[in-house]
Design a binder for this molecule. Structure first.
Ligand code: ZN
Length: 201
């Protein structure tokens, strides 16, 4: 049976998830969870899924941004977001080890499988460095920029009980349907000014 993605309001999304022991990661329980989360992410579809989103509060997330998903997005929007394909990967016990630099933040609309049907402008660091373990329990360092950096920040937030609604420009929050109808093709600067949701970073 497929995993169910829990929606906002479930307390599991607000807990600090438990770090995994290196030995646990290679065990059959976690390896099975990884495979099921990969499938759930693909079925959703989404570009990231954290274990708390399937009701399991451990510090594990899967990420994959397929070239397939970029077909509906204009080359200009892909370039502006620095969105490039990211191969399937697992992050365990991640910590962000770069210092947020002034002027390094960017704002784009973002969604979440646990807030199905909604979207908002969310400021995120454009680049970051993450230290974590991989699916074999081996340490790895990720240097990411653009959309990949955004996905990482979003998933790492999930492992700390944080949702994008805690960081969003709240005046831009709305349904995906209305985002498509009113905001999708407008420059971010224009949206901010129209909604009186100015950046304060
Ligand atoms: Zn999410």
């Amino acid at each position: 049976m497929g995993l169910t993605i829990v929606q906002a309001g479930d307390p599991v999304l607000r807990q600090l998830a438990r770090p995994l022991q290196a030995g646990e990661i290679t065990g059959s329980e976690i390896q099975d969870l990884i495979r099921r989360m990969q499938k759930a992410m693909y079925d959703a579809p989404g570009v990231g899924l954290a274990a708390p989103q399937v009701g399991i509060p451990v510090q594990l997330a899967v990420i994959e941004d397929r070239a397939d998903y970029h077909k509906e997005i204009s080359p200009a929007q892909l370039a502006e977001r620095e969105r490039r394909p990211v191969p399937f990967q697992v992050i365990v016990n991640p910590t962000i080890t770069s210092t947020p630099a002034i002027g390094n933040a960017v704002e784009f609309y973002e969604g979440c499988l646990s807030l199905a049907g909604f979207t908002a402008l969310v400021p995120r660091q454009r680049t970051l460095r993450v230290e974590c373990l991989d699916e074999r329990g081996k340490p790895k360092v990720i240097e990411a920029s653009g959309w990949y950096a955004r996905i990482l920040q979003h998933e790492i937030d999930h492992l700390h009980g944080v949702l994008y609604i805690d960081r969003m420009r709240s005046r831009t929050f709305g349904s995906v349907e209305n985002w498509k109808r009113f905001w999708k093709d407008k420059p971010i600067e224009e949206i901010r000014s129209e909604l009186n949701a100015q950046a304060s970073l």
